[in-house]
Design a protein around this ligand. Structure first.
Ligand code: PLP
Length: 372
């Protein structure tokens, strides 16, 4: 028996995406000026048009990249280096793909929009002053908190500040209209919505455009040069189409299962802290069990056939509190007992029932072992 509850980390590839990946794997270089090159180019163009249509962008605004991390880097560094301004607005809860990129911008004056105890940004006034860019995640990968993107985009437009949105946890889960949002760049990643790992999207308006930070053959508007992964792009487009087609039914189903799981846990286990608060992604349930170490919970769950995460990317091997929970004002000992359960399209009622049955014993064992 294996129950996978780490869909926010990555979700199994969809059959439609796998078929495209295999079907198009023999495609040659879409830059080639001969028949096989043109054939590859057609597949790439189709994928680009489909993604553009599904996300409310122009095909020329769709840049295929190698990951969400790469998309974030190209946008954040590129917009910064394209600007004369050295001010950067961000948040304390960004994924490290944005957080660490922002912190390494040379000479940047960084202003963080604060979050409240529910993990939501509660003061967007920093975007009222012009900056090289404002970057904010649409939804947090740990808690699932959905941020006030429209409000940020509106205020940034008024101050003439370009906006980068890390939508890696959102694309495929909700309809997105890039033009209507009025933002400058947006990052997404195929493996979060049932596409292959190692394929990303950057949506980038023509103006203001990020300055190129990777140099090479000029592919993908010279923003992401390198021979394009045609099969990956085709698989990404197929996954995105299917994911968006089923999003309403899936979101309702996952929210119901997630709420059931949360209620069961809160009723059965003493002293639970629920970090996931609305508005939030329907897939996420982030909790803390004070007195237990997150890593112990993960190991005990794994031994019982349940795959989950502490939610914190930097926790590998080191039981450290996450910067997201820290920004929310969660006490360190509570943050160290964090467990992130994230549902996806393969999650069943039975999975949820089994986890609610075994979790009380696991938390008790982890608490017995303590925090060391
Ligand atoms: N941004 C967010 C919010 C994420 O959750 C992730 C992945 O977990 C990334 C960026 C990085 O995406 P990728 O794994 O494709 O590099």
């Amino acid at each position: 028996m294996s129950i996978y509850l780490d869909h926010a980390a990555t979700t199994p590839i969809r059959e439609v995406a796998l078929r495209e990946l295999v079907d198009k794997a023999r495609m040659l270089n879409p830059g080639g000026q001969y028949a096989s090159g043109r054939a590859a180019r057609r597949v790439l163009d189709d994928a680009r048009e489909k993604v553009a249509f599904l996300l409310g962008a122009d095909p020329a605004e769709v840049i295929f990249t190698a990951s969400g991390t790469e998309s974030d880097n190209i946008a954040v560094q590129g917009l910064y280096f394209a600007s004369e301004n050295n001010r950067v607005v961000s948040t304390p809860v960004e994924h490290s793909a944005v957080k660490d990129t922002v912190s390494q911008l040379p000479g940047a004056q960084i202003d963080l929009m604060p979050v409240d105890s529910t993990g939501h940004i509660n003061d967007v006034s920093a975007v009222e002053t012009p900056a090289a860019l404002a970057c904010c995640m649409w939804a947090n990968n740990e808690t699932g908190a959905v941020q006030p993107i429209a409000q940020i985009a509106q205020k940034a437009a008024d101050s003439g500040t370009p906006v980068h949105i890390d939508a890696v946890q959102v694309v495929g889960k909700f309809p997105i209209d890039f033009h209507e949002l009025g933002i400058t760049t947006l990052a997404a990643s195929a493996h979060k919505f049932g596409g292959p790992r190692g394929v990303g999207i950057l949506l980038a308006r023509r103006s203001p455009a990020p300055k190129a930070i990777i140099h090479g053959g000029g592919q993908e508007r010279a923003l992401r040069p390198g021979t394009v992964n045609v099969a990956g792009a085709a698989a990404l487009a197929a996954a995105l189409e299917e994911s968006l087609a089923e999003h309403e039914v899936e979101n309702a189903r996952q929210a119901r299962l997630r709420d059931e799981l949360r209620d069961d846990i809160v009723h059965q286990i003493p002293d639970v802290v629920v970090h996931t608060q609305e508005p939030a992604l329907p897939s996420h349930l982030h909790l803390s069990f004070p007195g237990a170490a997150g890593d112990s919970l993960i190991m005990l769950l794994d031994a019982a056939g349940v795959e989950a995460s502490t939610g914190s990317a930097c926790s590998q091997g080191v039981n450290r509190a996450s910067h997201v929970l820290e920004a929310m004002g969660v006490a360190t000992d509570t943050a160290r007992g964090a467990l992130r359960l994230t549902l996806g399209r393969t999650t069943t009622e039975n999975d949820i029932r089994t986890v609610s049955e075994i979790l009380p014993r696991i938390v008790e064992q982890a608490r017995h072992a303590g925090l060391s």
